[in-house]
Write a protein that binds this ligand. Structure first.
Ligand code: NAD
Length: 480
């Protein structure tokens, strides 16, 4: 196997006020390598006291960090970005070991996390207020944009660097303190980001990382009166619980939730391009991507050609350990996902779909790239987020039918379309109910463009010139 080397994993700890908290008398949670199923480390679980200390730190840290001038905060975040880039290879290996994605994807993700630190650094320097002309020469009216206060953030395991980076950078760039609870499956990547921030000079009380029983730890954080803003990325089911919790304290909330991204391929598309880019996007991170294409809605006029090209590319993908540079798709993140995805495939077969599968190695949590063709919209795979390497392809009779099918579900995170027609592109931009739309490509997630969903996929954006909106409040001051 062309594995680059056997990488050691990482020390696992909580970090509160810059203090690294190891096992001691804390409970320990195993962390697995999904490519082998082997336990590679044990993560200490936060006690109630640990969470209380993190909240106290966030209150102290907020007072200190917001007093640091934006210019100085920006310098610190730029330094963190540089450190993340310098540490790219070791963070990427850590990520592949704990999450499973192929090493090339891990490297790109680490680079993207560094870009996000740089972006938020600059946006923090542009948190402009304004002067409002007054009705009297003796009155001056100004509008200030101020940090919202201490933030509680929670992130899933599928993008262990990118998603924590968005929340850490946004909060710190705006002058907020933050306590983050990343996923317990992928802790070391988040710890590496925290170390870069502390090494760069972020006030230690302003940034803490805790892990533990997710509901207990995060609900304790989010319900605390110290916390003024909650930012959650994860499933829609858990997001709805968090929304109720936030409502109890009238707290600001950003929700980045599940999706079920349609890919419309119209009769006027470049079918080869749609199929080849579609395969690359579909099987990235074994389909465990919130914006992964998950329903290919293909016009009847080009359906057979699309399916043929898509299958040819998908079924020959090389699946294996993500540390092997020649591998194109890694394992699922855990055994539970395999069971859930297989149930969707079986259900699709019962609904009359034809199933074609690629090849997988023995062991680990591997799942073959799977093409599910001629599936009907009643199948579960076309209604529930698959979050795995299965590609359902449905036939649509005409443009309007395709748009209607794309909008049928309660989700609205990402959507894609392939068409050679400007007229269709404009109609798609107007009519598809989604937070992000990619036409003729899949590149929708960059630091400089807003990332977020509509409908049950959540609300609020991260990234773009919207980066700071989530972490700032507006105060008007009128004086005479
Ligand atoms: P999840 O909702 O189970 O977990 C997300 C986070 O919430 C984790 O840190 C987890 O430990 C924590 N959590 C779990 N139960 C909790 C509870 N009761 N209270 C508080 N916190 C809890 O989601 P997952 O299965 O880990 O991640 C996959 C989901 O995340 C998918 O639905 C995917 O679409 C979504 N996702 C969305 C985006 C986005 O930006 N919209 C990005 C990545 C993933």
């Amino acid at each position: 196997m062309a594995t680059t080397s056997i990488a050691p994993y990482a020390d696992l700890y909580l970090c509160v006020s810059g203090e690294r908290l190891g096992a001691s008398s804390r409970e320990q949670m195993p962390v697995c390598n999904p490519a082998t199923g082997a336990v590679i480390g044990y993560l200490p679980a936060a006690t109630g006291d640990d969470v209380r200390h993190a909240l106290e730190a966030a209150a102290r840290g907020y007072a200190r960090w917001r007093a640091v001038p934006p210019h100085a905060r920006a310098r610190i975040l730029h330094t963190a970005a540089t450190l993340v880039r310098e540490r790219q290879e070791s963070i990427a290996r850590t990520m592949t070991l704990e999450q499973g994605k192929v090493i090339a994807e891990s490297r790109l993700e680490v680079a993207a996390a560094a870009d996000i630190f740089d972006w938020a650094a600059e946006e923090g320097r542009r948190a402009y207020g304004r002067v409002v002309p007054s009705r009297s020469a003796k009155i001056r009216q100004i509008v200030l944009r101020e940090p919202v206060g201490p933030v509680a953030a929670c992130t899933p395991w599928n993008f262990p660097a990118l998603t924590p980076a968005r929340k850490l950078a946004g909060a710190l760039g705006a002058g907020c303190s933050i306590v983050i609870k990343p996923a317990e499956e992928t802790p070391a990547t988040a710890i590496a980001l925290l170390e870069a921030l502390l090494d760069a000079g972020v006030e230690p009380d302003a940034v803490s990382v805790v892990f533990g029983d997710p509901a207990r730890v995060f609900e304790m954080l989010a319900a605390s009166p110290v916390i003024r803003k909650i930012s959650f990325t994860g499933s829609t089911a858990v997001g709805k619980r968090i929304a109720r919790l936030a409502a109890g304290g009238v707290k600001r909330l950003t929700l980045e939730l599940g999706g079920h991204a349609p890919v419309i391929v119209t009769a006027r598309a470049d079918v080869e391009r749609a199929a080849l880019l579609g395969v690359a996007a579909k099987f990235r991170n074994a389909g465990q991507v919130c914006v992964a294409p998950s329903r290919f809605i293909v016009d009847g006029a080009v359906y057979d050609e699309f399916v043929e090209r898509f299958e040819a590319a998908a079924l020959q993908m090389r699946v294996g350990d993500g540390l092997d540079e020649s591998v194109q798709m890694g394992p699922l993140a855990n055994a539970r996902r395999g069971v859930a995805v297989e149930a969707l495939v079986r259900d699709a077969a019962e609904h009359g779909a034809t199933i074609r599968r690629g090849v997988v190695p023995e062991g680990g949590f591997f799942f073959a790239p799977t093409v599910v063709r001629d599936v009907t919209v009643a199948a579960r795979a076309l209604n529930e987020e698959p979050f795995g390497p299965i590609a359902p392809i449905v036939r649509a009779e005409g443009f309007d039918a395709a748009v209607e099918e794309a909008n049928r579900l309660p989700y609205g995170l990402a959507a894609y379309a392939f068409t050679g027609s400007l007229e269709e592109s404009i109609a798609l931009s107007d009519r598809v109910e989604t937070g992000m739309l990619g036409i003729n490509h899949f590149g929708i997630s960059l630091a400089e463009i807003p990332f977020g969903g509509v409908k049950e996929s959540g609300y609020g954006s991260e990234g773009g010139s919207e980066t700071l909106d989530a972490y700032l409040v507006t105060k008007s001051v009128t004086m005479t």
